[in-house]
Design a protein around this ligand. Structure first.
Ligand code: SF4
Length: 363
């Protein structure tokens, strides 16, 4: 019972990171970044696989040295999900990972140095059909832009981004996307709004260095939520000082909240009060954990009493409305004859959800 939103998406050019389309009418892609040592191939492959399992479309890996570039080759051979190599300054690393099958280069052309180096990277990107992500960050603006504006402003971030854009456009290279991240929510929003008017390329959204699991998720939800609700953004990363798998979960929660993209169960649960007839909090926590493997979009309401239980259940795929001893069970918005003993809700609802998920995916 997923409703549509009324967001009008900004028109952007479609590019491809591996087989994942970004921009145009493509679904908004979710990405994260590994935080293992890239030279630890086994740990990095494991983390990439965990991220893919959580629903990531794309994973970024930092490649700071030639040794890491050699490790990247081994990593790339072992994973299916498209990989972005995060490179700062050293154009030789970009050339190397391009030969090793990288799906996107995150490198700012203005930081590569001499003209012939920039040309070498762009020629290679043309040859291998590899897109580039220009990534501007409020914390690392060029010195002259910093002194011109005095502090990071939206205009400063966009001026920095446009320098890199101009270089790519000089070479007629338009296979790129751009980010203008800042840790300040308003600054990031203003910068993306400004940039969205200047270029047609897809935009990679992010509130950088947003914080820990809770505070960072909320800050990202506010910032990215505002932009996405205005139709701005083609791919996103939630940056958290936490296990990156949480970044994927938070990103999907943001997209789910805005009814932009659904994955897995959208739980609707009441905050509980003294009227609750069963342990709503224990039920939701257990089911959220047990049902992480479900990828089929579905609304499930778990409500403690009849005050709001029937109303929510009637607009959900599955629902429980708490009642004395035995609670009412709803499917497809309709109350069913069977009722669940309040001590068995978790087990019985899990079975129902799994059955519903396999029914939907076999349709
Ligand atoms: Fe309390 Fe019932 Fe509201 Fe839940 S739905 S918060 S149990 S009144």
């Amino acid at each position: 019972m997923i409703n549509k939103n009324n967001i009008v998406r900004r028109k952007s050019k479609k590019i491809y990171v591996g087989n994942v389309p970004i921009g145009g009418d493509a679904p908004i892609a979710v990405q994260s970044m590994t935080n293992t040592k890239t030279t630890d191939v086994m740990a990095t492959v494991k983390q990439i696989q965990d991220l893919a399992k959580a629903g990531a479309d794309i994973v970024r890996v930092s490649v700071p040295t030639m040794e890491a570039a050699e490790a990247f080759k081994l990593i790339k051979e072992q994973v299916k999900i498209p990989l972005v190599a995060d490179i700062h300054f050293d154009y030789r690393i970009a050339l190397k990972v391009a030969d090793y099958g990288v799906d996107c280069l995150r490198i700012n052309p203005g930081n590569i140095g001499k003209e012939e180096r920039i040309r070498a990277v762009i020629d290679k990107a043309f040859e291998k059909n590899i897109p580039i992500r220009i990534g501007v960050n409020g914390g690392s603006l060029e010195k002259d832009i910093q002194s011109k504006y005095g502090e990071p402003t939206a205009e400063a971030l966009v001026e920095s981004a446009m320098r890199h854009v101009d270089i790519l456009q000089k070479y007629n290279f338009d296979n790129f996307k751009v980010s203008v991240k800042a840790s300040d929510v308003f600054l990031a929003i203003d910068a993306y709004r400004l940039l969205a008017k200047k270029i047609d390329q897809p935009l990679h959204l992010g509130i950088t260095e947003s914080g820990g699991l809770r505070s960072g998720s909320i800050k990202s939800a506010v910032g990215l939520g505002i932009l996405l609700s205005e139709g701005i953004g083609d791919t996103l990363r939630v940056s958290l000082a936490a296990d990156p798998v949480h970044e994927i979960k938070a990103a999907f929660d943001i997209l789910k909240s805005l009814k932009i993209r659904a994955r897995g169960i959208n739980f609707i649960a009441c905050p509980t009060c003294s009227r609750q007839e069963f342990d709503v909090i224990g039920t939701i926590n257990t089911l959220e954990e047990r049902l992480e493997d479900i990828t089929v979009p579905m609304d499930v309401s778990i409500i403690g009493c009849v005050v709001n239980g029937p109303g929510e259940a009637e607009v959900s795929d599955l629902g429980i409305a708490g009642s004395n001893n035995k609670s009412a069970f709803y499917e497809d918005g309709k109350r069913q004859r069977e009722r669940f003993d309040n001590g068995e809700i978790i087990e019985r609802l899990e079975k129902k959800i799994r059955a519903k998920a396999s029914m939907i995916s076999n349709k």
